[in-house]
Design a protein around this ligand. Structure first.
Ligand SMILES: NC(=O)c1ccc[n+]([C@@H]2O[C@H](COP(=O)([O-])OP(=O)(O)OC[C@H]3O[C@@H](n4cnc5c(N)ncnc54)[C@H](O)[C@@H]3O)[C@@H](O)[C@H]2O)c1
Ligand SMILES: O=C(O)CC[C@@H](O)C(=O)O
Length: 528
């Protein structure tokens, strides 16, 4: 078998090169190629693997030209620069290194906070100019101040820990943070509005998702206390940059520290030159320690995949052996979809995930199936969760995972049952494989027969006449085309469920109209 060949197209620590070679992988180290799209397009076809940081954009075009590509490795956390759906469609495994730069990025956020409240960059620039503006830079202590952490995952929890050490009061908004984990971290779990009204300094540590985009919107920035500061070392799209400028200009906010921008590289920006803004060029992960960590990890993972087929920290691929793969594949898909179903309906701290395997499936290797179910539950909330790291993440967050088997599946060959317990409720959903495809057979104890579709509407309602017509009419009037309509109920007049597959995503406006219909108790848009 020819030696696999990897291209390193960004500035990675050269330690990675040695690791590739030691593990039997040929490597070309071209750290400036990532910025030369045309050249990258012309050479990528020669390689089995592509190792990147953030400068290389692994677009659909690069992926299409990479006819031999089997793996793309991201030395870092965010994979916004990799077209994962395109890679998945092409059968390319995408891996990242989820923990290697977390401490470094948390330290950058803390450094930005201090720089901001003491105007260190501005004072340094002024002093270098020979001015001695002692009275121009009156600062603020962080001691005793309230730090609002939005997103308390790997990085947010390290920031919280450091801030507690600085004797700050730390409050956190993160729907996935349980009370137990909050107590362990020494932070107070609060809702977003409470955080905005109480924080002296807000620091962002969420991934950029549909739920977090613009989380510091104009309205939310205006809810901050007068004189508050904003720190963003996560992703640019989390803050409305125009609104931030307006509120700084109006004197409502005292300052902002930005490491990330909506468009990067940011060489021009309305906030550049603003006296209350300090900025760094996406330096969060830029320490020798973090770069060494992520380079070593990405090289080890990619080499192990290319030479031995071992998959770790993959964002789009289950970790299974070549022999097991064909039998497990449909059940992995089913488990993930059941998890996604439950995860998209979860609004409060998750405590427990129980998976029960009944019938033939109970005899299979259940680890990847349970991991897949857990990944599905966590995916709607976490940035880079995959079936390899999902159980670890769940454990770290104090979420208990249990697995039960039973030889008999009653009327089916196999059933997977998922039970989720949150701080406020318990939810069940079960499914089977029918004609090779995943299918829902039970929700909240109500029997139902439904296929999964890319876009779905889930409603619960009191079982009263007129609901189905009203729902169909509302969707029809909104131009929403119904593909399938599945119903179930606990009994006549009792709680009922509708699962409607539609051709396009359901808008918030349509959802509001559905929620306003008589007898509707819940309406959620789901995507699979
Ligand atoms: N500046 C840099 O150089 C740099 C370096 C590393 C990571 N990052 C970025 O930092 C961010 C955090 O990374 P991480 O490793 O801590 O990720 P993580 O997945 O460990 O944590 C993200 C946290 O955000 C929470 N969250 C998700 N949706 C939320 C919402 N709507 N409201 C509030 N909280 C929500 C999740 O529950 C989770 O706890 C990511 O955007 C990552 O890309 C930036
Ligand atoms: O590689 C970098 O410098 C930034 C990485 C960071 O944004 C990440 O998401 O890991």
């Amino acid at each position: 078998m020819p030696m696999p060949k990897v291209l390193v197209s960004d500035k990675l620590s050269e330690t990675a090169v040695n690791i590739f070679r030691e593990r039997g992988v040929d490597v070309d180290f071209e750290p400036s190629l990532g910025k030369d799209k045309e050249k990258l397009l012309s050479v990528i076809g020669q390689y089995d693997g592509l190792a990147v940081r953030s400068a290389t954009k692994a677009t659909a075009a690069i992926i299409e030209a990479g006819k031999n590509l089997k793996v793309i490795g991201r030395a870092g956390i965010g994979v916004d620069n990799i077209d994962i759906p395109a890679a998945t469609a092409a059968g390319i495994v995408v891996m990242n290194t989820p923990y290697g730069n977390a401490i470094t990025t948390a330290e950058h956020a803390i450094a930005m906070m201090f720089s901001l409240v003491r105007s260190i960059p501005q004072a340094s620039a002024s002093t270098h100019l020979g001015k001695w503006e002692k009275s121009a830079f009156m600062g603020t202590e962080v001691f005793g101040k309230t730090l609002g952490v939005i997103g308390c995952g790997n990085i947010g929890s390290i920031v919280a820990d450091r801030a507690v050490g600085l004797k700050m009061r730390v409050i956190a908004f993160d729907p996935f943070l349980t009370e137990e984990r909050a107590i362990e971290l020494g932070v107070e779990k609060v809702d977003l509005d409470t955080l905005l009204s109480r924080a002296d300094i807000v620091t962002l540590h969420t991934p950029l998702t549909d739920q977090t985009r613009n989380i510091l919107s104009r309205d939310n920035l205006a809810k901050l206390k007068k004189g508050a500061y904003v720190v963003n070392c996560a992703r640019g799209g989390l803050v409305d940059e125009d609104a931030l400028k307006d509120l700084l200009d109006a004197g409502h906010l005292s300052g902002a520290a930005l490491d990330v921008f909506a468009t990067e590289p940011a060489t021009e920006h309305p906030l550049f030159g603003h006296p209350k803004v300090i900025a760094t060029p996406h330096l969060g992960a830029s320490t020798s320690e973090a770069q060494e960590n992520v380079a070593i990890q990405v090289a080890e993972q990619m080499a192990d995949y290319l030479t031995r087929g071992a998959v770790s920290n993959a964002l789009n691929s289950p970790s299974v052996t070549a022999e097991e793969a064909p039998r497990l594949k449909p059940y992995i898909a089913l488990a993930e979809k059941l998890g996604l179903f439950a995860g998209q309906l979860t609004r409060t701290g998750l405590k427990q995930i129980e998976v029960t395997y009944e019938g033939e499936v109970a005899a299979l290797n259940l680890k990847p199936l349970t991991a897949s179910a857990v990944a599905g539950v966590l995916k709607p909330m976490l940035s880079e969760v995959n079936i390899v790291n999902a159980p670890v993440i769940a454990r770290e967050r104090g979420v208990t995972i249990s697995e039960t088997t039973c030889d008999d599946a009653e009327s089916y060959d196999s059933i997977i049952r998922l039970k989720i317990t949150t701080e406020q409720q318990t939810r069940t959903v079960s499914g089977t494989i029918f004609g090779g495809a995943p299918r829902i057979v039970e929700i909240k104890g109500v029997e139902m027969e439904a296929s999964f579709a890319p876009h779905m509407l889930y409603t619960t309602n009191e079982d009263k006449p007129g609901f189905i017509g009203a729902l169909g009419k509302t969707l029809g009037e909104a131009g929403v085309n119904i593909a399938t309509f599945n119903l179930g109920r606990a009994g006549p007049g009792e709680g009922a469920i509708a699962l409607v597959a539609v051709d396009d995503p359901i808008s918030d406006e349509v959802l509001e109209k559905v929620r306003a219909l008589p007898h509707v108790t819940q309406a959620t848009a789901l995507s699979f």
